[in-house]
Design a protein around this ligand. Structure first.
Ligand SMILES: Cc1ncc(C[n+]2csc(CCOP(=O)(O)OP(=O)(O)O)c2C)c(N)n1
Length: 908
């Protein structure tokens, strides 16, 4: 299809029709037409003195052409900008020449009412074109006409066309920009000469990122932002740390010298361009702003949901829900923003009630290359930012050499974010002066581009020349700035040689003050998590009440009745154990947040935390029945169909909420594999790499019930393989009360928070034996190991050690065969291994044979990990044989395999 259609070819009668429609109801035609006919009627009436117009002359039609020209610039002007500092842009057709719109050079001097559409009133065509060229085709390319909400669209149009997208900065601001550019440039150059060949992922070619950030913080502060949470990858990170977050230069130099931090314990650190940092800075106009740069792994874009989660949690609690006081800034690479699916997942979250953070400022540090890969191999889309269109977020492509345009655009973006609380993108188009890192030779792969780059003057020099030419600064100023700053860096370098690195600080230290890394002693016994019986029952009663004016669905009425019966009969099921953990924690003032696919009801229909009346979709949170007993918020949110972004978000949320319980539930446990990056890079290793803490809880349905390969295993083995340094707790729990205590324990360790991974049940949710008594909740605490209370030690010849759901199958056989010679002992926590409790079991059943029974194949489940603990255990394994797939897809085969395991366990 031709990419464009022109009014000059339009059917006049069709326009007439629109005109007639407009005369009847102006609102019924498009906004552009409304504007046109307003002008047209006005002109016509002026000429004829007549109130009515019925026909359109050729002359008047040209007004439509001009209007269409204006629309053309708005829609496609970004294709014809001067935004690429080092390359010719691709050629797009048709162009925006007036001829493309049915206009000729002879029309240039004619006056058109359509000029009022631009806010300049009736104007000559040549002035209209100049206005459009200045607005849409210089250093800023605006993509925004896809924005559907008229309010946003008109706001953007009006802002850009009034200012002609032309910066208007004071001398003071200009000097400040020069100063920031000077810092950015000299800092890189200094590192380049002092630490030759060391990787730093230089910002050179995109130095204007530094004034851009400096000004977004300033403008943000002017508009009420008190805190920014930033996420970015390697490129330019050191420069941002030094020149935006004010990490001291000597600290950075020490890191270059390879000095380790004065740290004890299990902290292992990370390379300097992954570490997080936070500081309070003052804008150059004197306003205080809190900045936090989240640590990030090498996995590009993984930090995005984490930043959003941190922002959301602080927005909710620190800023009492004021969406305008805290804002996230994500800095992307051009290759990664186009290539990584997590970017899309995170964008899709932006407007959802569970994840909204009031809009994010996305900046793409676009150096037009990904490692050695050209954009032609890196994406199909025209721009690397095209994903922004999925959520109709405006995008501004800016020439990174034009620092004033960059500053102007960042201001516009910041204002847009505050005005509409939605996402906005800035594509900062520069280049990369060196290779991917400083040791890389870029001419292997981009010989032509790098010739152009070698001859290119850096943005600071360009700006300096521009200011000098305009008489805004004296010739000596830039030189002085450079000399002074170089001198300062040299001093800091000298200083850095003498001392060790100070202790690394958690980038949310203020939140985690008083918390520490775990040590072995922390796991000898679990903290007290029991609750008072009267309170427990009171909360249970309240939780099972349905408000009298709530027209509940009959099955919900029955469910609540059944739950009430559990209280009366003293046998609480899994759901009650779980919900009462939340109720009691809320009653003690803790907030609870659970998200996950379909978690409000629960995939297996066990939770029903949020219910709907029979005749409407209006949700009722059953925790509202707690009334005043609910002291902390209890939120359940069905998530979007994502694992990676959702888990990342919840991880980020938990990074700043040590006193709240944050939970992510996977639909089936193995779907967590879509979020493996978050599990590997954050949950398992963040505390040892970055000294950050989290008490995030993962609920992963797990158990072999003949449901096939995808729905049986939460891949317990992977979590156990990742487990070390007390980085997480991995549990496979068999009783509602123990689950209750495990959840409560998350907040009851005095000065520790550790992620908890629970293999949660499916069939056990309704298993008649999988119930707990009131006293289990009120007199117990978490039991890492549960011994067999039905056997006499002296009779026992074999001890079956097991974990999770298979216990109930073993128990059934033990009971049917009335076996007193076989004891079944449950290991409820598989990491940290409850060594003390297990030693007691070994001593107690000394002389008996110990077998490990698992339903997972030999190469999965806990087996291999058990060998890691004690190769002398001489444990005998009873399980499925090694298998490439977690489970059979045939339920009959499953039943045979399962029976074989139980048979073997009971055959001495
Ligand atoms: C998910 C992921 N895949 C691959 C890599 C390896 N890698 C590191 S940087 C890079 C190129 C990134 O290009 P871009 O996003 O344009 O950022 P730039 O380095 O050019 O600033 C690659 C492929 C990575 N870090 N993460």
């Amino acid at each position: 299809m031709d990419s464009f259609s022109y009014i000059s070819n339009a059917d006049v009668s069709a326009i007439d029709q629109i005109h007639q429609q407009y005369l009847q109801n102006p609102e019924s035609v498009d906004y552009g037409w409304q504007k046109f006919f307003e002008g047209f009627d006005f002109g016509y009436n002026q000429r004829t003195g007549n109130g009515k117009s019925n026909a359109i002359s050729e002359d008047a039609l040209k007004e439509i052409n001009v209007l269409n020209l204006i629309q053309g610039y708005r829609m496609r002007g970004h294709l014809f900008t001067k935004t690429n500092p080092v390359r010719e842009r691709r050629q797009y057709t048709p162009t925006l020449a007036i001829e493309s719109f049915g206009l000729q050079a002879s029309d240039l001097e004619k006056t058109f009412a359509a000029g009022s559409e631009l806010g300049i009133g009736s104007a000559k065509l040549k002035d209209i074109v100049a206005h459009l060229e200045q607005t849409y085709c210089q250093s800023i390319g605006a993509e925004y006409m896809f924005v559907r909400e008229p309010k946003k669209l008109n706001w953007l149009k009006q802002k850009m066309e009034t200012a002609k997208n032309t910066p208007n900065l004071s001398i003071e601001e200009k000097r400040h920009i020069l100063d920031k550019l000077n810092q950015a440039t000299v800092f890189e150059n200094f590192l380049h000469t002092k630490f030759v060949g060391q990787k730093r992922f230089s910002l050179e070619g995109l130095e204007t990122l530094i004034p851009a950030l400096d000004f977004v913080i300033k403008y943000g502060a002017d508009l009420g932002v008190e805190e920014f949470v930033l996420g970015m990858a390697h490129r330019g990170r050191l420069n941002v740390l030094a020149n935006i977050l004010n990490k001291t230069y000597d600290e950075i130099f020490k890191e270059f010298e390879g000095k380790s931090a004065e740290d004890e314990g299990i902290f292992e650190g990370d390379v300097k361009y992954h570490m997080g940092f936070s500081s309070q800075v003052k804008t150059f106009t004197g306003k205080k702003v809190q900045l936090r740069l989240s640590p990030n792994p090498s996995h590009l874009e993984a930090v995005n949901p984490v930043v959003k989660g941190i922002t959301r949690a602080n927005m909710e609690y620190k800023y009492k829900g004021d969406i305008d006081k805290i804002a996230p800034i994500l800095i992307h690479g051009d290759a990664s923003v186009a290539g990584q699916g997590i970017v899309y997942e995170v964008l899709q979250m932006a407007g959802l009630p569970a994840y909204n953070v009031g809009g994010c400022i996305h900046i793409v540090a676009n150096n037009q290359i990904g490692f050695t890969t050209n954009y032609t191999d890196a994406r199909t889309s025209t721009y690397c930012t095209d994903v922004a269109k999925t959520t109709l977020s405006p995008v501004f492509h800016v020439n990174a050499d034009d620092v004033e345009a960059v500053v102007y655009t960042i201001k516009l973006a910041m204002e847009y974010r505050q005005e509409f609380n939605s996402d906005v993108f800035i594509d900062l188009l520069g280049y990369r002066k060196y290779g991917h890192n400083e040791g890389d030779e870029p001419r292997f792969t981009q010989p032509v581009l790098y010739k152009a780059i070698a001859a290119h003057i850096n943005p600071r020099e360009q700006y300096n020349q521009k200011l000098m030419a305009a008489g805004s600064v004296e010739a000596a100023l830039a030189k002085e700035m450079e000399k002074d700053f170089r001198g300062l860096l040299q001093d800091k370098l000298e200083k850095s040689k003498s001392e060790k690195l100070p202790k690394v600080k958690n980038f949310v230290k203020d939140v985690w003050d008083g918390f520490r890394h775990p040590v072995i002693e922390d796991f000898v016994t679990s903290p007290d998590t029991a609750v008072e019986a009267k309170n427990f029952v009171d909360l249970a009663e309240k939780l099972t009440n349905i408000p009298s004016d709530f027209n509940a669905f009959s099955k919900i009425v029955k469910l609540m009745k059944d739950r009430k019966a559990m209280i009366a009969n003293d046998n609480y099921d899994w759901a009650m154990g779980e919900l009462l953990a939340y109720a009691t924690l809320s009653n003690e003032g803790h907030n609870i947040r659970m998200t996950g696919q379909d978690c409000e009801r629960g995939t297996f229909s066990h939770r029903h935390a949020i219910i709907k009346p029979e005749d409407s979709e209006k949700a009722y949170n059953t925790f509202d029945s707690l009334g005043k007993s609910k002291k902390g918020n209890v939120y359940f949110h069905n998530s979007l169909l994502s694992e990676y972004a959702v888990l990342g978000f919840e991880y980020g949320y938990s990074m700043v909420t040590p006193n709240d319980l944050t939970i992510w539930e996977a639909q089936f446990g193995d779907f967590a594999n879509g979020a493996q990056i978050i599990i590997d890079q954050y949950i398992a290793s963040a505390s040892t790499k970055w000294k950050t803490f989290s008490g995030l809880t993962l609920l992963l349905p797990h158990g072999y019930e003949g449901q096939g390969p995808e729905h049986s295993s939460a891949r317990l083995e992977r979590f156990l393989q990742l487990a070390a340094n007390y980085n997480m707790q991995v549990c496979n729990i068999t009783t509602p009360a123990n689950y209750f205590h495990a959840l409560r324990r998350q907040l009851k360790r005095k000065d520790l928070r550790i992620p908890l991974v629970v293999m949660t049940p499916k069939s056990l949710l309704r298993h008649p034996v999988c119930v707990s008594k009131l006293s289990d909740f009120t007199e117990q605490k978490f039991q890492e190991v549960i011994d067999d209370s039905q056997v006499n030690v002296k009779d026992v010849k074999r001890v079956l050690l097991c974990s999770g759901k298979i216990y109930f199958e073993l128990l059934e056989r033990q009971q049917t065969e009335q076996r007193k010679d076989i004891a079944i002992v449950r290991i409820e926590q598989l990491y940290p291994m409850p060594e003390t409790q297990l030693s007691a079991i070994y001593s107690k059943y000394k002389g008996a044979q110990f077998c490990w029974v698992q339903e997972e194949p030999k190469n999965m489940g806990a087996w291999l990990n058990l060998l890691r603990w004690d190769s002398n255990l001489m444990l005998k394994r009873i399980s499925r044989e090694s298998s490439a797939s977690p489970a059979t897809g045939y339920s009959k085969v499953h039943a045979v395999e399962q029976k074989a395991i139980i048979d073997k366990a009971f055959t001495l």
